[in-house]
Design a protein around this ligand. Structure first.
Ligand code: ADP
Length: 399
């Protein structure tokens, strides 16, 4: 009988969902077998799995809310039943913040979990859920190797200056520093650049990760030298429901003058602002692009204004601009936003070809004209493949 092949399960636990993908592991780059998610954990959970070609493999609904541990078990049961001929070698988790302790992915043990717990209050919307998923698997599958892959790790190459806030230095020791996030996505883009554009791989490139969360990363020679997100994933660009950069006096003023509680302000800044708050219509760029409402237009204009403004900051921080890369939901799929952002950066020598920009091909492509001083690319991101890569690397080397 043939030996089972090793497979890796990547998990991304959120506040109300758990996403998963299963990869075949081996000497070559991990290959996606299938993936899916359970959404609506707090209301009516819905499980859906698709193969690598996007065909539905399984779908299930429940009427009662589910605990995260139950959702993780449902996924594991499905994976074991579906992945015939494979043996689960390890589980890799997306974890938002690994602090200074983990500038790279790490095999999880009790000491690692203790550090992750310490950072959890900085990212209350994600990190507690990620830790809970790890702990639930420790209990149900104590022999299964688990790896934590961090969204903050890629940015640990930033200089000390790019990491610092202008507060008394003692606050840095309390963890108040510019961690930066979306690192798994930037890591993926950085590994794609050498084959797509040697100039951008070795030069100064601003990667725009524009999803429901959004940030910029200034790459120098493929390494993070600047990022628009800071202490938490709230800073920087305007996002679906997050406000982005804000005068730090605003929350204090709301507390003092309007007697808003810290919880109400947290909700305002994280869940009720951004595209959703300004438009009053939706956090989804597709809805705003198809709306004729003037507030939808205002939200789009502010999104583009903040994007161009922060790109200027990134350019100054990395001292130049050879290229721009658009990625994630909006970056990959919205020619409208790409065109507006590039128009707002035309002063910097950015020029794109409208026909190539509007092409519906969902693959890496250069959209700048030959005359553009700055190369502009669209590159679909793949954070899960980075989790699979690191998880396999740590399995193979034993950490
Ligand atoms: P997440 O950040 O949640 O991982 P994505 O990177 O997939 O998710 O980004 C999701 C966002 O991308 C959606 O909220 C939506 O605003 C935007 N988006 C997806 N498709 C399109 C499209 N065709 N046009 C404009 N925006 C899009």
């Amino acid at each position: 009988m043939n030996q089972p092949l090793p497979a890796l399960l990547c998990l991304n636990a959120g506040s109300s969902s758990v996403k998963f993908s299963l990869y075949r592991a081996g000497n070559d780059a991990p290959e996606l077998l299938f993936g899916g998610q359970i959404e609506g954990l707090l209301t009516q959970p819905h499980f859906k799995a698709k193969d690598a070609q996007g065909n539905t493999l399984s779908e299930q609904h429940w009427d009662q809310p589910q605990r995260r541990a139950e959702a993780v078990e449902t996924i594991l049961d499905f994976v074991k039943a579906e992945a015939k001929g494979y043996k689960l070698a390890a589980v890799g988790h997306r974890v938002v913040l690994g602090g200074t302790e983990y500038p790279h992915s790490v095999i999880v043990d009790d000491a690692v979990l203790e550090t992750l717990e310490h950072y959890a209050p900085i990212v209350p919307s994600h990190q507690p859920a990620e830790i809970e998923a790890i702990r639930s698997l420790q209990i149900s599958h104590p022999d299964l190797k688990q790896v934590a892959c961090f969204d903050s790790a890629f940015h640990r190459t930033k200089s000390e200056i790019a990491d610092l806030y202008a507060l008394p230095l003692s606050y840095r020791d309390k963890g108040i520093r510019r961690w930066g996030f979306h690192g798994l996505s930037y890591d993926y883009i950085s590994t794609q650049l050498p084959k797509l554009s040697p100039r951008l791989a070795t030069g100064k490139t601003v990667v725009m990760h524009l999803g429901s969360g959004a940030s910029l990363c200034g790459l120098v020679n493929g390494q993070s030298a600047y990022t628009s997100m800071g202490f938490s994933p709230l800073d920087g660009l305007m996002m679906g429901t997050r406000c982005g950069s804000l005068d730090p006096m605003i929350p204090l003023y709301l507390m003092n003058q309007y007697k808003m509680t810290p919880a109400a302000i947290e909700k305002l800044l994280i869940k009720e602002s951004g595209l959703c708050g300004v438009s009053g219509i939706s956090n989804d760029m597709r809805d705003l692009e198809s709306s004729t409402d003037s507030q939808a237009q205002l939200a789009i204009d502010l999104f583009v204004y903040m994007l161009a403004q922060q790109t200027g900051t990134a350019m100054a921080s990395i001292q130049g601009l050879d290229g721009i890369v658009f990625t994630a939901g909006i970056g990959e799929r919205s020619p409208v936003i790409r065109a507006k952002a590039c128009a707002a950066l035309s002063w910097a020598g950015v020029a794109i070809d409208p026909t190539i920009n509007e092409s519906k091909r969902h693959e890496a492509r250069r959209i700048s004209t030959d005359q553009s001083k700055v190369e502009v690319w669209v590159i679909p991101t793949d954070e899960e493949s980075v989790i699979a890569r690191d998880t396999w690397k740590l399995c193979a080397t034993g950490g």
